[in-house]
Design a protein around this ligand. Sequence first.
Ligand code: SAH
Length: 489
Amino acid sequence: MLLTLTCTTPNAPEVGYLLGKNPASVFQRPFSAGVVWVFYPEVTEDHITVALLTEIDPIGLVRGPAPLTQLGQYINDRPYVASSLTSVALNTAFGSALAGRATSHAERVSEPMRWRIALDAVACDAGEDLMTRLFAPLGYAVSTARLLLDPRFPAWGQANLYTLALEGEQTVRAALSHLYVLLPVLDNTKHYYVGAEEAEKLLAHGGEWLAMHPERELITKRYLRYKRPLVQSALDRLAESDPALRAAEEAAEQAEQATMPDGADSTLKPAAPSEPTPGLHEQRLHAVMAAIRDVRASSLVDLGCGEGKLLSLALGERDLKRILGMDVSTVALARAARHLHLEEMASAKRARIQLAQGSLVYRDDRLRGFDVAALVEVIEHLDLNRLAAMERVVFQHARPRRVVVTTPNREYNVRWEALGEQRLRHRDHRFEWTRAECRAWAERVAASYGYTLAWQGIGPDDPEVGPPSQMVIFDLHVDEAQTDEEATA
Ligand code: SAH
């Protein structure tokens, strides 16, 4: 990832002091995600160009300290695009400038200078329009161009990547802080857990200009990954610095509440890229719960349980005496434990549930002896060449009476403007199936392992492209299920 900033100003070499980096030498420093370099391709009396180059280690990102493992894949675009990792690099390289400090020539810290900022690949899920909405109000002339996925194969279509050039009069600190805050906002993917510290960073770096920015709400939401309490408190604090703004916000909130149906709250919905239809995941979870109740299950294993949304519903189901949530991600499991309040749970309830770390592609005796196994939006996270391993683990070794699988219906993606036909719903999806592909897979699995199968759509059934999500219910052939019951009776 390469970012260049060119400043046109008298005595241009002095800008090196403001940036805290010597134009005569190359700065190199490792940071959490790789290595950052700073160097100056050009320095003259009237302009100076500084380049920030990052080399991201995609494997280190996944294997590294826990927070970074959320990227969850070895091959990703992170080494090449401007993203939240760029902000970390900016802070590593220009920490004092971002804080408004300079080792020398401090009188120039608050001087607006003419900047041209250039990035060759900016990840943005919401198009050129968003770039303009974010940067233009800050006083930049914005030019962008969308990149093709592969220029050699134009038919593959466009990527969600853009070149970005910004020109405007800014102080050094402002220019850096705009990039620090807005690059991750464009990208909309944070590589680490977003907590209260992130809200502090947002206010520290954005405080001066964010309160006045017409898109402050959007910026805050996206920066804080839609974590509602964090977003609300950050917006409150921004509003405090401007009483007029505060009044306007309260009025807007009241208007919004007045026009919304009961319980609906558009600001609560998850980030657009994963699932543009509000409430779809809710519907999916309820469909899965119905399929669990349907066989009067007394035990459930939730494979790839994530943050434990299904587990939470399952705990509400008295008949489920034994519940196991398994996930490969310890970060996800930690969140599940927190969401479920495992620590404070009454002992009788606590005795019904367990969380375990494990991978679906390895045989695991802990998965045996359950009535139902659920895989909710999990299989599409597995590489296609690991699916067969998962099938053996689930259908041959664990072998529950019923297996409930949900996965996106790729055909439906065209109905979501933000996605279009080419895109998958989530960065970590390795594939998404059409209804026919899903059915073909399910039929093969059912036939191979002695299960019968039922298919069910989830969400509104579009006459052309079907429902947004699909569920397959596999039932162990009756004779075997009965023999099983007799054996355990
Ligand atoms: N079922 C949850 C989470 C879906 S996201 C829900 O519906 O909300 C997919 C989950 O699968 C992630 O939590 C991911 O960590 C997990 N996962 C991916 N590969 C896995 C594997 N090989 N074994 C177990 N879990 C896996």
